[in-house]
Each structure stands twice: as C-alpha cells, then as structure tokens.
Ligand binder design. Sequence first.
Ligand code: ADA
Length: 558
Amino acid sequence: MIRGFMMHEIRKEVELDGLWVFQPCEGEGKDKTYKMSVPSCWESHPEFINYRGKGYYKKEIQAKGNIRLVFKGVSHTAKVFWNGEIVANHYNAYTPFEVVIRGAEDQKHELMVEVDNSFTAESSLHIPNDYHTYGGIIRPVAFQVIPDAYIQYVHFTPFKKNNQWHGKIEVAVENIGEKDQLVYLKTCISEMEYEFKEKIAIAGETVLFSEEFEFKDVKNYELEDPVLYLLKTNLYIEKDTKPVDDLIERIGFREIKIRGKDLYFNDTKVKIKGFNRHEDHGHFGSSIPYQAMMADLHQILDMGGNAIRTAHYPNDERFLDLCDELGILVWEESHARGLSEEQMRHKNFDQQSEDSIREMIMNHYNHPSIFVWGILNECASYTRYGRECYEKQFKQIKSLDQSRPTTFASCHYHRDICLDLPDIVSFNIYPGWYEQEPKGSEEFTNNEVYSWVQRATEGKGKPYIISEIGAGAIYGYRTMRKSKWSEEWQAETLERQLEAVLSHEEMTGVFVWQYCDCRVSDEWFYARPRTMNNKGVVDEFRRPKMAYEVVKRIFHSY
Ligand code: ADA
C-alpha cells in the first residue's frame, strides 16, 4: 500500500512491496544474501540490529515502455541502478524521489538499490543524534508506466472568495518525448468537471497549468467532520478522445488563518493538544506498518490528542493520509535537529536542507491536516550565520506554499534572534526535568521566556506554541520515592506542565515530548538510559506508562 487511496485509474502502477534480495556490503554477512522485506528496516533482522553501513537490495521486474520508479523513503542515501547502470542518487531517508527510464525493452529488468545509513562526511542532516538513523528501504516502492507527456504533480489550494469556496489548481505536465505535444487537461471533483485551456508541452520540458475555479455545494473540511474529496485529473493529447494519463489527489476545503495571537482552522480557533511522534517502533524501527500507524493514532485520540508534530523530519504519506481522514492537525517538519552553527556550515547543509524542504512540500502539499511547515529544530537561531539559514529556508517555503504559516522550535531562551521570521513562535521547554525543581506554575510555562518574547522580540503578539514539554520515565520503574526516571515522576511532572500551559490563555497550545520512546544513536549512550529517549508516554512497544492516564485526563478536560 503506497497511499491511503488509489492515485491512478488509467496509469499503470505496480507496487514492489514484498521480499527483495539483500546483501550487506560489509561485516560477517557480506558474502551471504538474505530475503528482506520492502518496506522495512534491516535492523528488524537480528544480524543487522546494529548494522551501520551499506547494503544492496535487488528485485527483478518485468516491464516495458517509459518506466517511472517511485521511492517513498530510502534510509538514508540511495544509489539506484537499472540493469547495472546508475540512474538516480538520493540523500535523506524521509522524502520521496522518483526517476524515469525511457523506452525500456519488454523483458525482465534488474532493479538494484545501494542503501547507506552510515554517518559519512557527506551527510549534514543524518548525524549521530537523539534519534536513530535506521537502514533500509523503509517506505514503499512502486513502478509506473507513463506516456511521453505525463502528469508530474497536481497541487490544490482552497480559498474563500465572497464567502464561496474557490480553488487554485496547478498541474505540472512533463514531456519526456522527442516531439512537442498539444496537451488538454480535465479535472473533476464529486462529478463536477473543470477544463483547462490547452497548452503545448515542449519536448524535454515541463509545462505548468494553473487555473482557479469556483466550487459550489462542497462541504468544509473540519477537524470534527474531515470531509475529503478526490480530485481526479485526466490528460488528453487529442481533444475528446480517451485520456492517456491521470493523477488522483485527495483534498479538503479548509483555510488556515492567523488573527493576532490566535490560529484559526476555518472559523474555529485552534487549541493544540498534541504529541511529538518519532517514526520509531520497537519491532519495526522507522518502517512502521500502516495498521501500527493507526494503532498509534487510536492511542493519541484516546488521550484526547488533536495534533502531531512530525519531529524532526517529513513523515510517511500513509500516516499523513490517516491524519487527513481523522482530522488530526499536523506540524510537518523538514529534516534537522539540534545543529550547531558549525554543523549548519557543513558543505552540503544548504543543498540537503533545500532538497528536504522542496521534496516535503511538493509531495505533501495537498494534505489538509498539515497546518504549518516547521524547520531547523533547536538549531543555531542565536547566531548571525544561523539566522541567514533560517531566512533562506523560510523564503524557500513561502515560494512553494503561501497558504500555510511557518514556525521553528527554539530552545535559545533570551538570545534567539530569529523570532521575527516565522509566523508562529514555538519553544521547547523542560521545567522539572532539565531545570531543577521549579517553584510554581509560572516556571512550568517558562513564563519569563514568554514575557521576554512579548517584551523584547519581534515574536511579540504572534501565536505561541510550547512545541516540546515532558519528562522521562523508564517503563516499569515504579517507586514510592517518585525519583527521577520513575513513572511517578514523569506523571506528576507532566501533570503540572500541561495544566500550566493549557490554562495559559495566551498560548496556542502544546506538544508533549513525546508520544513513544525511541531509539537513539549509540553515540548518545552517555545521556540516554537504554540508549533510548525515554520521554514517551508509551514505551517503544506502545505499553502505556502512568503518564498516559494523566495526559488523557488533562487533554480531555481542556
Ligand atoms: C530537544 C529536542 C528533542 C529531544 C528533547 C529531549 O528539545 O528537540 O529532539 O532531544 O530535547 O528529549 O531532550
């Protein structure tokens, strides 16, 4: 399953989920081959639970014509070979990429992917960190058969005009053929059909169609009633003949608005009661199966959660599809965590960040659940150079999407110099965990940070989110002493933290750090018991800690 709905009725698409042949490039097993499932992490196999290096995945496929290979996530660097010839390189585990092979013969072809999860000198974002960079083809793979002129993407931007729903529809058509083609497009939503003015698709180029339409008799996408519509776009190369290609997207009629310090979803003021969620699982690593994703969301909804922050990278599209269907708000974040200025000066940082942002927005644009784009979690936003990077990335986001606000999570209290840049100000705070025993609830909201922002920065008056707050507990560690790392400590600390933030009228809401325990890099063993980040409200196997019922009671009471 590559998405939560069918994206093609005309274009042929073959999903390549299943067993591939795997061969590690290093270590004891390097002369052996293994059967490895795709998608999955190689850490799910006992021999590779700690493997950091390269491995080859091979699959034979019978295909002919123009073949478009689609990879939803390879962790973390991929080299793709088609019958022994390299056809694509990609860096970053968390964003999709595709490659087109023209005019394949009608035969069996060898698809081989070299996967590397090592921390090489080339890697600026995948580094030893407070989360594990797994290895493998961690998200679905498919191949498609496409005509010379095919639909590359469809973006839908809903907006109200004279209190009536309208939508801008942008369609990119790439012509990989050798002759120009006249291209017609028709799109439809719930049986209503809309035509685009025809255009010439020049050979070897991509042509962009962009038109606005009015949509009568459609229902709002509301969090309490998340009505979704299929947007079906067909491509014709001769008028009034059969379409030669198609792309189906799923959309919702909703607008995200900021009014002063308040965030609105359509006409409803938003109060975030969310969780930070690493894509990590004790059995599946970062390759969480669809039904396990849904089990996570059942728990999050059970606790009264209404939002997810995809800390700290773009998520699996199937998870975003589920959030769309359940009306769960998503803060989606480009890939970066805790980078110093020196690390932001890495020779590949700018390009790897730019690619991560572009692939995130271009592929996730239509998800109505995504309400904000986030970047650069706790990076060097207190330095001049760091500011230049934040400015560049926010500018890139606004060039790709003017319909959503932006934000970043800071931890640089009293010295952040970037709070004028985002639309929403967000801070990560850990009163009662990293600070000594705070005095009163004022401390638990880090009110002096909030006051400083309002008093001394250009973040004044903007929506303000506590993007991380929490405490650690080792699952099963119970003690009358209520000592640090006990479930009792975590439950009591979270109770005081959440009461303080949610009762603070001025704050837009909170994301608990974090939903589930997650594996961290071995290099973090000194700071993390079990070499895990243990601040989950559930452990890595989703076993609830005492804090689960505390968060549930408090979230449901606001
Ligand atoms: C930071 C960081 C998180 C996590 C957290 C913690 O705020 O953004 O990724 O590392 O601290 O557990 O300390």
